[in-house]
Design a protein around this ligand. Structure first.
Ligand code: KG4
Ligand code: ZN
Length: 335
């Protein structure tokens, strides 16, 4: 089955074709990503109306490009998957309408995909995918969730952030320090030149049982540190390193707790923050002692992309899921 996937939930236009008739790691026939980050950077964050307009400009050219690269004609496509939420409503609608229109024109089913399920399944695109069951840490700009995953569509929420998402905390800290949008990669880059023990930032909720997270207190601690540090502009790298250490430490310790609680040994990390280098290195060190194994999407598929949507849509179509001619998207949508 060959599925065209379309992702437009935020500021990246992603289009890809996935074929599940090939071996592990070989199913992705073509993918294209157009990032609007440079456009939004001037505003310090995503401007929803501009995002929608730019998706509209890019969708048709990107669909043409992946079809050509995969050597596909419309008759070769068995279904069209699109991100139906959560995300920016206007941006979601551009992709949903494109998918629905192409599916109608080509006489194939359309299938809505939950954006976070896309992230969650992205590591399954890799040549050595994790076997079920596993624990998953979903860390993006909008979500921080720990899940127990027993199979496709069999997800149990173990814990989540009660306030800011981890990526959101990186973005807000970057903004406080006058760094570029999106904050995660920039904070991480600066952190490499700083000392991670320069500031004693809190590791929120580690002293309490359970698997929920909280990042707003950590964010406030960074703001206080900035205000109370006389030579603050010279300390930006130290603040970044200390913040990153606190955020990563919190994430890892909850992951280890989730593995112990479930008795599982495999953990999947996905979503934009899973690209973080320190998170990957420290996670590997934490797992070493307990015989655990971590799985990640390829770096290009940690952040938003069309490949994860084509893959997740293919699984949904195999399970017999399709939608009628109506188009609906959900800005908020629990998984
Ligand atoms: O998954 P994603 O592309 O979009 C959402 O679904 O939200 O994640 C974007 C988030 C942003 O908050 C960005 O700052 C963060 O992921 N991010 C990172 C890194 N790369 C992206 N955070 C920390 N370290 C990184 N290297
Ligand atoms: Zn995302």
């Amino acid at each position: 089955m060959r599925v065209l996937g379309i992702e437009t939930s935020c500021d990246e236009t992603g289009v890809a074709i996935y074929d599940d008739g090939r071996g592990s790691g070989a199913g992705l026939l073509a993918h294209r990503l157009y990032s609007q980050i440079d456009m939004h950077a001037d505003y310090g964050g995503v401007v929803p109306e501009l995002a929608s307009r730019d998706h509209i400009r890019k969708l048709v050219p990107l669909v043409r490009e992946v079809m050509a690269e995969a050597g596909c004609e419309p008759a070769d496509i068995d279904g069209i998957a699109y991100t139906a939420g959560p995300g920016l409503a206007g941006a979601l609608l551009t992709g949903a309408l494109m998918a629905r229109a192409l599916a109608y024109a080509w006489g194939v089913p359309a299938v809505p995909v939950h954006h976070m399920e896309g992230h969650l399944l992205a590591p399954l695109l890799e040549p050595e995918p994790p076997a079920f069951p596993f624990v998953a840490l979903l860390v993006s700009g909008g979500h921080t969730q720990l899940m127990r995953v027993d199979g496709i569509g069999r997800y149990e929420l173990l814990g989540e952030s009660i306030d800011d998402a981890a990526g959101e905390a990186f973005d807000k800290v970057a903004k406080m320090l006058g760094l570029n949008y999106p904050g995660g990669p920039e904070v991480s880059r600066r952190a490499q030149q700083g000392r991670d023990d320069a500031f004693a930032f809190p590791r929120p909720m580690l002293d309490r049982p359970g698997l929920d997270f909280s990042f707003s207190g950590l964010k406030t601690a960074v703001l206080t540190a900035r205000e109370q540090t006389a030579d603050y502009p010279e300390k930006v790298a130290d603040i970044c390193a200390s913040f990153e250490a606190a955020a990563v430490d919190t994430l890892i310790r909850k992951c280890i707790r989730a593995l112990k609680q479930t008795g599982l040994k495999r953990i999947v990390l996905a979503g934009g923050v899973s690209a973080n280098r320190r998170l990957r290195a420290d996670m590997a060190a934490a797992l070493r002692g307990m015989g655990g194994q971590a799985f990640y999407p390829a770096p290009a598929f940690c952040t938003d992309n069309g490949a994860m949507i084509a893959f997740a849509g293919c699984q949904r179509l195999r399970a017999g899921e399709t939608v009628g001619l109506g188009v609906s998207v959900r800005a908020r949508w629990p998984m």
